[in-house]
Design a binder for this molecule. Structure first.
Ligand code: IVH
Length: 672
């Protein structure tokens, strides 16, 4: 469809303005229009591009990070198809691969192979023009993928600009993945915040790359390892795979060079495969096999490719971490908040070296999603998250005798009634003195990350509970040596150690205690934010809903959870007892220079005494933040002459408005 001149001009003008404002916002931290004004321009541009897709260029502001979420992903054709690999599952398959290659080449010489890890993530292609990142796309069906450029730009591991004489045009392929430690941390955080967790790092990676809002991708711990080329123009390329990987690294691309292995022949490939299989468990990320590639590009070319896979490479897979087994029964676990979790008791099965005999079913939504029943044959997977997961029911194996998994009516630990709230996926025990809740609360309280009472593990806690020596968290602080001597295999030295550990925990910082109390929705991260803002339990316990809501990252659910906790006399009594027992986390005396900590400033209008970025630096130096738009969470608006909509909004919301003079004065007071 021909594009009318006026439309082209309007599009060019919108692009120019958006680039300019985006530069002011991201590059200089000095926005001159409000977010809403920016969005309006962007929406107009997106509408034009939707009507005339030819208007979309790699440089369109619609493709930039920081733009508002895109309406959907565009499709991108790969100039050269992104092939996939044939699989080998055994040493015999590897020998057959080598034999095939030598037959094809009519050679009796050994072939040199490069062995790479097969990372378990998402394959993408990056396109660089004159060294600048132009596009990123997923593999898709190999011919057409999804445009994820805006998201890819948020990965620190993806260079936006290549170094050392990059080619005029370069297509690079690689695997985006998530390491295990950050993956588990991400899941932990999601668990704490009541969100669904990811089954494995690959799902987490795919989900993170397919965010329509690049800011969400930016918050995910993704990285990349590059392993291949697409089309390249204007460069003398190396003549083999290993040198090519080295060249990619020189250009600034991320390559897991340390783990590649150059094998002189197929026997060395087999050795490396067996070695890698053993190393697999120790790696900080998931691999599902080893990729074997003919090292020489000359030979690769000679071998060529079949319809979807090259003849010169193969993926040698590791045994799956999935197994079939049967659900024998279901038990119910009571968590520290009373949440009752269904856990499947499985017929024990060996999943790549680890015996698995139970798996959490998480909640009744998950049970419904899987359609799982007692007696079902299921597939369990051990992936990333150390704990195995039921991924699927093998419905073909049903006999008709399978039983639905009932929701408990009473707490299995204390017999109290259980209640499932309307928006909840699990029922909760309502018992005030449920021993299971207490046990879990204690475990959480003493854990590393919370009060960190070393040596006081599950085994000892269970005995303390069984003997009735501990009936509340506060009782931990009244235990004496005689009490400990009542426990099995307890000697003088260990008892001393435990008492010291308990004593040391009295001085843990507030954030640790706050986290340790196990208040719903208050994970380690929020505990830190809250303790920085409120400085003491006393302040926090008296905070109003509005004060809580005005805190960074605190929404209604979290505010209500805190209000509920601090309004329960039982909890107040616990805090009182902890305090009496000498558990007094250092009350954070916000030092003078910290009085502005966490306050949010917005600068608007034509500032004359300092630039916006200087203003931002000044507030950040005091632990405060600068934001581009005015909201309820804004604490101060610093307005220069000519301030418009932001000033009006601040007045409307009753936010303190300062002129430049007053602002500088405020900072000065803070330093004194
Ligand atoms: S080479 C023609 N190398 O495995 C070359 N792939 O089934 C094709 N993968 O889609 C890919 N690590 O997602 C290659 N070192 C590696 C790899 C690797 C992971 C993935 C990639 C690809 C799939 C092939």
């Amino acid at each position: 469809m021909p594009i009318p001149d006026a439309t082209q001009q309007r599009h060019a003008e919108l692009s120019r303005q958006l680039h300019h404002h985006s530069y002011l916002y991201h590059g200089l931290d000095a926005p001159q229009i409000s977010d809403a004004e920016y969005d309006a321009l962007l929406r107009e541009l997106l509408a034009l591009e939707q009507q005339y897709p030819d208007l979309i260029t790699p440089n369109s502001p619609s493709q930039r990070v920081g733009s508002t979420p895109l309406p959907g992903f565009r499709q991108i054709s790969h100039r050269l198809p992104m092939l996939s690999l044939e699989n080998a599952f055994s040493v015999a398959d590897l020998h057959a691969f080598d034999a095939r290659i030598r037959r094809f080449l009519a050679s009796d010489q050994p072939v040199e192979y490069l062995c790479e890890m097969k990372l378990d993530g998402v394959a993408i292609e990056l396109v660089y023009h004159a060294g600048r990142l132009q596009h990123a796309s997923t593999r898709g069906d190999g011919l057409v993928g999804e445009d994820i450029t805006a998201n890819a730009r948020t990965l620190g591991a993806i260079p936006l600009q290549l170094q050392h004489q990059p080619p005029a045009y370069l297509e690079v392929r690689g695997e985006v993945y998530m390491e295990l430690a950050p993956f588990r941390q991400l899941n932990q955080q999601r668990r704490e915040e009541g969100e669904k967790t990811f089954a494995n790092p690959r799902n987490a990676t795919a989900g993170s790359l397919r965010q329509l809002d690049p800011r969400l991708t930016a918050a995910r711990p993704l990285t990349i390892s590059c392993y291949g080329l697409g089309e390249v123009e204007g460069a003398n390329l190396p003549t083999n795979q290993l040198d090519m990987l080295q060249q990619l690294r020189t250009w600034g691309l991320r390559v897991n060079l340390e783990t590649v292995f150059l094998a002189a022949d197929i026997d060395q490939v087999v050795q490396r495969y067996q070695q890698l299989r053993a190393e697999r468990e120790q790696l900080p990320f998931e691999i599902d096999g080893m990729v074997v590639k003919v090292n020489s590009f000359g030979l690769q070319q000679e071998l060529g490719e079949k319809s979807r896979t090259p003849r010169w490479a193969i993926a040698c897979k590791f045994p799956p971490r999935q197994q079939q087994t049967r659900v024998e029964s279901v038990r119910y676990q009571v968590g520290r908040t009373g949440a009752i979790t269904p856990v499947a008791n499985l017929e024990p099965v060996n999943v790549s070296g680890v015996m698995v005999s139970s798996a959490s079913l998480h909640n009744w939504d998950e049970i419904a999603r899987l359609g799982i029943r007692i007696g079902d044959t299921v597939i369990v997977e051990r992936a990333g998250d150390v704990i195995p997961d039921v991924v699927k029911v093998v419905t073909e194996k049903r006999t008709g005798n399978e039983q639905p998994i009932p929701e408990p009516q009473f707490c299995p630990a204390c017999g109290a009634k259980v209640v499932r709230g309307t928006d909840e996926v699990v029922p909760r025990c309502q018992g005030l003195d449920c021993p299971a809740k207490l046990r879990e609360a204690l475990k959480h309280f003493v854990a590393r990350g919370a009060m960190d009472i070393e040596g006081l593990g599950e085994r000892l806690l269970d005995q303390l509970l069984a003997l009735g020596l501990v009936t509340s968290i506060a009782d931990l602080y009244t235990l004496n040596k005689e009490d400990f001597f009542k426990l099995e295999r307890m000697g003088e030295v260990l008892a001393e150690k435990l008492l010291t550990a308990i004593n040391n925990s009295r001085q843990r910082p507030l954030e640790k205690l706050l986290f340790g109390l196990g208040i719903r929705h208050i994970g380690a991260h929020l505990a830190k934010i809250l303790s920085r803002k409120f400085g003491s339990l006393q302040h926090l316990s008296k905070a109003s809903r509005d004060e809580l809501l005005a805190t960074h990252e605190v929404g209604p659910q979290i505010a209500d959870s805190l209000l509920t906790f601090f309004s329960d006399p039982k909890n107040l009594d616990l805090l009182q007892r902890l305090n009496a027992a000498g558990v007094r986390p250092e009350t954070l005396q916000l030092p003078a220079g910290d009085r502005l900590a966490d306050k949010v400033f917005v600068f608007t209008g034509a500032l004359e005494r300092f630039s916006r970025s200087e203003g931002q630096q000044m507030v950040e130096a005091q632990g405060a933040r600068a934001s581009g738009s005015v909201s309820k969470k804004t604490d101060f608006v610093v307005a220069g002459p000519g301030a418009g909509s932001k000033l009006a909004r601040a007045e409307q919301l009753g936010i303190t408005i300062l002129n430049e003079e007053q602002f500088l004065q405020l900072l000065k007071e803070d330093e004194s």
